[in-house]
Design a protein around this ligand. Structure first.
Ligand SMILES: O=C(O)c1cc(=O)[nH]c(=O)n1[C@@H]1O[C@H](COP(=O)(O)O)[C@@H](O)[C@H]1O
Length: 234
């Protein structure tokens, strides 16, 4: 059983003022923030570096390309000094090996980001998998991709809350499991398919949960963040 599950607040916005306000909520509670594609593409790399300064950042750009391109992209991300970064497991073992080499080469040994492989997006269900030619269950596919990614050098995985308990059992306590697809009980799932509540993800063994809209669209985002942290610690 994982004792502590951290909260990562996803800053999915194009607006630097809004991002700073949400980041301050995370600062006040000592949580990590996630900067993703929306912010990076809208605001640019310099702004990402500014927002990241003095903060623990999960840089979620979900790199997925040929090995050389991914390795070079990771080298370009070094100025952000992220604590975590993502590649897509579907890029395969050669791409993940190249990502590993690039992290080891371009980041100082005392501040290497945790290299995370995104398995099957939380927005996909069995039917979506079938439409891309995958007939096994999300659980089986996540385990297959997860084992491959860890063997190729990833430090951890991004998976849905539905797979966490099984991955913990199969892969042990040391692997970092980062878990989006978090919704409060009875809340709308939006575009997410494989979801649970924060406490269920914690009990299943998540190292970190990633939460965006349940906090950022709450009437009182700071209050909601505190409530989730309280639940995770309870
Ligand atoms: O890599 C991720 O963080 C990620 C992987 C995944 O499978 N599903 C997923 O939702 N995410 C991210 O987690 C966040 C979830 O946001 P909300 O659905 O608003 O809580 C978004 O920033 C997504 O980009």
């Amino acid at each position: 059983m994982i004792k502590n599950t951290g909260l990562i607040l996803a800053l999915d916005t194009k607006d630097p003022v809004q991002a700073e306000q949400w980041a301050k909520i995370a600062d006040a509670t000592g949580q990590m923030i996630k900067i993703g594609m929306e912010y990076t593409y809208a605001c640019g790399f310099d702004e990402v570096c500014r927002l990241a300064q003095g903060r623990k950042i999960f840089l979620d750009l979900k790199l997925h390309d040929i090995p050389n391109t991914v390795a070079s992209a990771i080298a370009s991300l070094a100025p952000v000094k992220p604590a975590m970064l993502t590649v897509h497991a579907l890029g395969g073992q050669d791409m993940i090996r190249a990502a590993r080499r690039s992290v080891d080469e371009h980041f100082p040994s005392d501040s290497k980001p945790i290299l995370l492989a995104v398995t099957i997006l939380t927005s996909m269900n069995q039917e979506n998998l079938g439409s891309i030619g995958i007939s096994v269950s999300p659980l089986e596919q996540v385990l297959l991709l997860g084992k491959m990614a860890l063997a190729a050098g990833a430090d951890g995985l991004v998976c849905s809350p539905h797979e966490v308990a099984y991955l913990r059992e199969q892969l042990g306590d040391d692997v970092v499991l980062v878990v989006p697809g978090i919704r409060m009980a009875d809340a709308a799932a939006d575009d997410q398919q494989r979801v649970t509540t924060p406490i269920q993800a914690h009990q299943a063994g998540a190292s970190w949960i990633v939460v965006g809209r349940p906090i950022t669209r709450a009437e009182n985002p700071a209050g909601m963040a505190k409530q989730i942290i309280h639940e995770l610690q309870g």
